[in-house]
Design a protein around this ligand. Structure first.
Ligand SMILES: NC(=O)c1ccc[n+]([C@@H]2O[C@H](COP(=O)([O-])OP(=O)(O)OC[C@H]3O[C@@H](n4cnc5c(N)ncnc54)[C@H](O)[C@@H]3O)[C@@H](O)[C@H]2O)c1
Length: 101
């Protein structure tokens, strides 16, 4: 998968993962040991998939993000890609603070 062999201690972000291909990808990444962050535009779908992921024993969080809206994507991505403090906090098992629903 993606040329990456070791998925443990990695954080995977899967967009549009409330159903379909995204959900399946999230579940497979979890099965390989990744923590998983998912996004979707439907809260109920997010909650359902996050529950599925947590039942597999991985850390998982879900966020309402509409990836067709630049401002939402920018806000979401800036929290995860330019704030190493947030990533360190996540590694210590704390909740992200930032883009959420
Ligand atoms: N399912 C297939 O067999 C198949 C085959 C070939 C190509 N595709 C393409 O792959 C893509 C995904 O297919 P799928 O069946 O998983 O789709 P899907 O319709 O199940 O959508 C997946 C998820 O994306 C979410 N979503 C939709 N718009 C979004 C947005 N703007 N921001 C965030 N989340 C959003 C939906 O709420 C849904 O939960 C589509 O573009 C589809 O055309 C699918």
């Amino acid at each position: 998968m993606l040329g990456i062999r070791n998925f443990k201690n990695r954080i995977a972000i899967v967009t549009g993962a409330g159903s379909g291909i995204g959900r399946e990808l999230a579940l497979q990444l979890a099965a390989k040991g990744s923590d998983v962050i998912i996004t979707d535009i439907v809260r109920e779908r997010i909650d359902h998939v996050v529950s599925e992921l947590k039942r597999k024993g991985v850390r998982a969080e879900g966020y309402l993000v509409d990836h067709s809206k630049f401002e939402e994507v920018e806000k979401f991505s800036s929290n995860f890609f330019s704030n190493s403090v947030l990533q360190c906090r996540y590694r210590r098992g704390q909740q992200f603070k930032g883009t959420s629903a």
